[in-house]
Design a protein around this ligand. Sequence first.
Ligand SMILES: C[S@@+](CC[C@H](N)C(=O)[O-])C[C@H]1O[C@@H](n2cnc3c(N)ncnc32)[C@H](O)[C@@H]1O
Length: 278
Amino acid sequence: MRQKRVKMIIRNKNIWNKQETEQGRPKTHPDREETVPFGFQQIPKTEKVIRTTRHFNRVASKYDFMNTLLSFGIHYLWKRTAIEMMHLKPGDRVLDVCGGTGDLAVLAAKSVDISGKIIIYDINRKMMQVGRTQRHRTAQRNRIEYIQGDAESISFADEAFDAAMVGFGIRNLTHMELGFQEMHRILKPGGKMMCLEFSKPTASVFRWLYDVYSFHVMPLLGQILVGSRQAYTLLPESIRMFPLPEALSELLRDIGFHQVVYRRLTNGIAVVHVAEKP
Ligand SMILES: C[S@@+](CC[C@H](N)C(=O)[O-])C[C@H]1O[C@@H](n2cnc3c(N)ncnc32)[C@H](O)[C@@H]1O
């Protein structure tokens, strides 16, 4: 049954960006609670944060290792490019939303120098603890702080930061647009917002290979190495639910950002958006 579903997913050209067709808006039924996507499933809105937290609790200890393995190490290059595109300056205060184990924060910390500050803001304590333990000896550790909280309701005052960034995290929110609105709110005028996310490869052959890899190989490695096939099925599914680069740019402009630019990386597997608060 499951194999049949996976085959269907790989043959179905519409797996990319399903939300544009059937899952864009939260669904409601007169007798039922509003639902939101969790991978390809629709689940009650109130459950998403609980399931997401459970998911990251399960993968936290192997998160960095699995990222490196599954992306063949390329995620470090993507993260470096994304940080370069932000043009951070010494002294900048940067919020790393959904910062997790802190890869982006460490790279940003080098750019802001000792006079700057990076705050990792994540709902999951375990993810931050794993990163903190791994990095307790790095030179930049004093420039990085950790705050546990929900990206949909950021516990900082308006205009408190020079820059805000989110790497592979916005997909996990129940209301992605709230996360972007919050990042907009906490930025100073002229402040930069950066979003690094997975997206749709542009070349069809490469996309086909990527679909096979992500719906067959990734879940298998998840099962063998983390003990959870489901955790690594959620990843490719949620990627295919995420808006394409143009649609995301439009959403950012609707929220109030301007000078929205994006860059596709590795044939569009990942995309960096950078935007400014006017
Ligand atoms: C895929 S990890 C990305 C971690 C890191 N930014 C990176 O690039 O490796 C996603 C992170 O988003 C966090 N997250 C999910 N929902 C969140 C929410 N509502 N508020 C804050 N963080 C959230 C998770 O706990 C997890 O650490």
